[in-house]
Write a protein that binds this ligand. Sequence first.
Ligand SMILES: [Zn+2]
Length: 243
Amino acid sequence: MNVRPPESPPLSILMYHQIGRYPRPDAHRALFCHIDRFRGQLRYLKLAGFKVLSLAEAYRCLFQGEPLPKRSVVITVDDGFDDFREFAWPALKEYDCTATVFLVSTLVGKSADWLPALPPLMDAATIRQLHSEGAHFGSHAMTHQRLSKLSPEAQRNEIFGSKAALEDLLGAEVPDFCYPYGDYDQRARDLVEEAGYRTGLTCIRGSANTSHNPFELTRKAISYGDNLIGFMWKVHMKHERKG
Ligand SMILES: [Zn+2]
């Protein structure tokens, strides 16, 4: 399946993790975005005439020939921290934008355990409520492990099991998958396709137009250090795939 030709306008899939009131982090700065900056980014997108697409709309534009708006982005939020409910979602609703949040299926309503001192993750009732309000949810596997390090059976379990569990939770199809840590190999990528997902999202940098296929979509991380100028540079420029 071929992606749209490079002369089409750039479509950026923006990647966030924690959005809230966080002091300047010492490490992992790409995992944080201050809510005031996030609101400023949404305001800018609106003023500059960007369309915030769902991943389904982006897929149709990138791979099925639907016209790609001159300016468009997709907003993705990895891990499903409860700060999404508290900060990001109210802001997204205010600006009439949607986003896709990638959930770790066995950790819904629990604490994230893959880094020290992570905040709690959204619980099932919250996820169902936000889904009813128009938020989209995808799979971030069952246990947030590096898929390339797992046995074939464990890989399959992470990819298929999380889809079934989240579809059960939402009562809706879960068509999008996001590789934990952006880590995947050819087998994981093939299993994502075999499981019936429509997309697989990586942490490879680049405009989504430069992705090799729907199961290796490239993204752009918005970091704590990105001021509005940095953000503008990321959403306006076509960036070739890096990595
Ligand atoms: Zn993650």
